[in-house]
Design a protein around this ligand. Structure first.
Ligand code: NAD
Ligand code: TDX
Length: 348
């Protein structure tokens, strides 16, 4: 008898694929159901390692299709949800905000409704919503986002994620759903789609293409290795308190330009090129509209209360990430052919 039947949404995406792999391999007595509609960002290649595992199933379903969602709950007797499916790229949210409202807001509310209807005794089930630090807005030179920081989303992406967070809390307050939310800083690592800064630069260095830095490159993000985020999600799912929020971060702030320089130096070394070769590709381009200046997470609550902390230093994580992209050329080739070319030429 399987102990839990967990629906993980967005499991074919970057972070979701790491969460699915972790849960399938670590918890053989859970059924893991990966629900994903496979947008441009969803890729079943990310899950090759666990394909065919007895406790794993995949369902190609769109969050906007409430009937199909309900059928998945029935089919697998879903006991808990870990919700990661979303439109996730800030630049795309600037050119097409409605797509973000559809998936991130309406999709999340659909999933909440189906869960609430299917779960007869709400106290016995958990709805875990995975969110971002971007809901808190932008910081100046000092300070950190804590769980008490008021929401102040600045981009269509973060506005849609903030809205979904509010709906989750509203369902806890109004209907008594057991919910937990975590807000994480920027992730990096294997399987990330090369529209995001780090894999985009790795891909461009490899192909001797310009490295587009928005504005002056002085914007700051806090970076966390994706496997450490997946482990944090495991921790929050199993030991987080219902109704609570946990901030997750790497205690690892970097200016964009410094990350790109680090990537260039590591790539030169790995590709056997003279130091400085890749840095010549750095090109300052028009800034992102409404570009948030700085994100920094205070992750002391999850550290103190749940005992989670990041395991990897940034330089080591970047080295592992580059190695993964260099040894998975086919993955990169597949995702950057076709529509990616159009996205790239329209955007840059
Ligand atoms: P991603 O874009 O790589 O993957 C998203 C996945 O969701 C894809 O597999 C896609 O096919 C699926 N999806 C999108 N719309 C869907 C729909 N309507 N129905 C079903 N599936 C759909 O995203 P990611 O970077 O892995 O982010 C996962 C989650 O974590 C998101 O909720 C994001 O907001 C959050 N998050 C991301 C980061 C980050 O740095 N990437 C940081 C903090 C929080
Ligand atoms: O070509 C680029 N040039 C550039 O300078 C790109 C794609 C980005 N940037 C800058 C913008 C940001 O300051 O690099 C920084 C990181 O950009 P992204 O990789 O697009 O991430 P960000 O906008 O910070 O958002 C990410 O972290 C929080 C994820 O995409 C979100 O899903 C997550 O919630």
């Amino acid at each position: 008898m399987l102990m839990k039947s967990i629906l993980i949404t967005g499991g074919a995406g970057f972070i979701g694929s790491h969460v699915v792999k972790l849960f399938v391999q670590k918890y053989p007595d859970y059924r893991v159901v990966n629900l994903d509609c496979l947008t441009y960002a969803g890729n079943l290649e990310n899950l090759r390692e666990i394909e065919g595992s007895e406790n794993y199933s995949f369902e190609k379903v769109d969050l906007l299709d409430a009937e199909a969602l309900a059928a998945v709950f029935e089919k697998y007797a879903i006991s808990d949800v870990i919700h990661l499916a979303a439109e996730s790229h800030v630049d795309r949210s600037i050119s097409d905000p409605l797509a973000f409202v559809q998936t991130n807001v309406i999709g999340t509310v659909n999933l909440l409704n189906v869960s609430k209807t299917y779960w007869k005794v709400l106290e016995e089930h958990l709805f875990y919503h995975v969110s971002t630090d971007e809901v808190y807005g932008s910081l100046g030179e000092d300070g950190f986002f804590t769980e008490q920081t008021p929401y102040d989303p600045q981009s269509p992406y973060s506005a849609s994620k903030a809205s979904s967070d509010h709906f989750v809390r509203a369902y806890a307050n109004t209907y008594g759903m057991q919910t937990v939310i975590s807000n994480c800083s920027n992730n990096y690592g294997p399987n990330q789609f090369p529209e995001k800064l780090i894999p985009l630069c790795i891909h461009n260095i490899k192909n001797n293409k310009q490295l587009p830095i928005y504005g002056k490159g002085e914007n700051i993000r806090d970076w966390l290795f994706v496997v450490d985020h997946a482990k944090a999600i495991d921790t929050v799912f199993h030991t987080g308190k219902s109704g609570e929020t946990y901030n997750i971060g790497g205690f690892n702030e970097w200016k964009n330009i410094d990350i790109v320089r680090l990537l260039c130096d590591q790539m030169d070394e790995k590709l056997g090129q003279e130091k400085g070769t890749s840095q010549r590709l750095i090109t300052f381009v028009k800034d992102r509209a409404g570009h948030d200046m700085r994100y920094a997470i205070d992750a002391s609550k999850i550290q103190k209360e749940l005992g989670w902390e990041p395991s990897l230093q940034f330089e080591e994580g970047i080295s592992k990430t580059i190695d993964w992209y260099l040894s998975n050329e086919e993955w990169l080739e597949n995702v950057t052919s076709g529509n990616y070319q159009k996205y790239y030429s329209d955007h840059y």
